[in-house]
Design a protein around this ligand. Structure first.
Ligand SMILES: [Zn+2]
Length: 441
């Protein structure tokens, strides 16, 4: 009887918390208990948890390490994460404290149609740690290989083996070029990736072009358009874009975000000249790696970004028309993010708006996955229902953490199970936005 009263009191407290703190989140473990409700206040996160025994404790995150229950809290700048019985929730306030509880467990009992692994910005180099361009983030060049190894171990041990891995670009760092170590570094990473039999689809990022010319990339192992007979490359040009279907009804399109770029193009080529003319319309700096402005979308016109040619957009349009007719689900993969709300503007593709226009004219696209912005991001387009995911980069992930994900695909959704600093997310396939869809992400 006493336990019953205590349990009722616990539930009441949670209810009261949710009224007074609308940003609170309430999680429940598989057995239905304990409950937890949290509230972010600047960088401080207070947690009120009631365990099955009915005891309630108000804890400062710094003291939470002593809590020997299923909860784990980690603060990182404005990001916080909560994990409950293996389901981690990480994000900013808006992501972490949705109006309703995420339904990650709904799919736990259901077997997926297929799964795949995702990983971004490994940027391996056999050099000591350093800092990023703006000297605000640490980069762990050498240990990124160990983090890749962690990802592969996890994928190979998973109950449903991934059908393929998406490597979202920047597989080795540009520093390798200066050390004359490009081939050696690429061999090291590809040997690691090749240690498991699963096929890997490679996306090309700016660091690929810092190390290799476009023509050498096309004849290298990073050209995965040649994989099997389920891949269809865009024929007749050096644009690295193709699509493949790992399962009936599902198509993945790999895009070339540096098709229009100063990177990877011969200075004497027409492509280089037109890319230079385009960037100079927006950026007057001597160093074109410096953004033209300090704020806003114009920041994207830097040399480390690029865009999609009309040829490639027309090809994508035709691939999506075919997918529409067959009522397929399409996931587009690009090194550069293409939605301004899914990334910092400095990482956006130059003509992201033209790509979004193509996407919005087709019903088949459900998701766009990108890398490049090492902090990651997520946004669901309210008009199209398309999920735009930017995956957190391995290179800026400390050696004792992780940054990879496993995506389980179902008839009506994809579920991303993130590891380390990558949050769990759910991508419903419905095109129209509704209140229910707020759960996504
Ligand atoms: Zn990049």
């Amino acid at each position: 009887m006493l336990l019953h009263h205590i349990h009722f009191f616990s539930i009441s407290m949670v209810f009261i918390m949710s009224i007074f703190f609308p940003n609170s989140i309430i999680l429940k473990d598989k057995a239905g208990s304990p409950y937890v409700t949290c509230r972010a206040q600047r960088r401080l996160l207070w947690i009120l948890c009631s365990h099955s025994g009915g005891r309630q404790r108000k804890l400062n995150p710094s003291r939470l390490a002593g809590c020997q229950h299923v909860w784990r809290l980690r603060g990182h700048r404005s990001l916080v994460s909560v994990s409950c019985s293996g389901a981690a929730h990480t994000g900013n306030r808006q992501q972490l404290f949705p109006k309703t509880t995420p339904r990650m467990d709904d799919c736990a009992q259901q077997r997926p149609l297929f799964t795949f692994g995702v990983i971004a910005d490994i940027q391996y180099a056999d050099i000591d740690d350093g800092l990023n361009y703006t000297r605000t983030r640490r980069r762990y060049y050498r240990s990124s290989l160990q983090l890749l190894r962690n990802a592969q171990e996890s994928w190979s041990e998973s109950a449903v083996k991934p059908e393929f891995i998406l490597q979202l670009g920047d597989i080795i760092d540009g520093f390798n070029k200066g050390h004359d170590a490009s081939d050696r570094a690429l061999d090291t990473v590809l040997r690691q990736l090749g240690s498991s039999p699963v096929e890997v689809h490679h996306v090309w990022g700016n660091h690929e072009f810092y190390n290799f010319s476009r023509s050498s990339l096309l004849s290298s192992k990073l050209n995965s358009s040649l994989l099997g007979d389920r891949s269809r490359a865009r024929a007749g040009s050096d644009i690295y874009a193709y699509h493949f279907s790992p399962f009936p009804g599902f198509t993945f399109v790999v895009l070339d975000a540096y098709d229009v770029s100063l990177l990877g193009r011969e200075e004497s080529s027409e492509e280089y000249r037109s890319a230079l003319s385009l960037i100079k319309q927006h950026n007057n700096n001597q160093d074109l790696n410096c953004p033209p402005v300090l704020e806003g979308l114009q920041q994207r016109f830097t040399m480390f970004n690029g865009g999609f040619s009309k040829d490639q957009l027309d090809w994508l349009d035709s691939v999506l028309s075919s997918a529409d007719e067959k009522q397929q689900r399409v996931t587009i993969v690009s090194h550069l993010p293409v939605h301004p709300c899914s990334t910092t503007p400095i990482c956006l593709a130059w003509n992201y708006d033209e790509l979004l226009a193509v996407i919005s004219s087709h019903s088949s696209v459900v998701c766009v996955m990108a890398g490049h912005d090492h902090d990651g991001g997520y946004y669901r387009d309210k008009d199209t229902g398309v999920h735009h995911l930017t995956l957190e980069g391995v290179i800026e992930t400390p050696p004792d953490d992780n940054a990879f994900g496993t995506v389980s695909v179902y008839e009506d959704r994809m579920v991303l199970k993130g590891s380390g600093r990558i949050p769990n997310r759910e991508f419903l396939f419905s095109r129209c936005h509704s209140d229910t869809d707020d759960r996504a992400g």
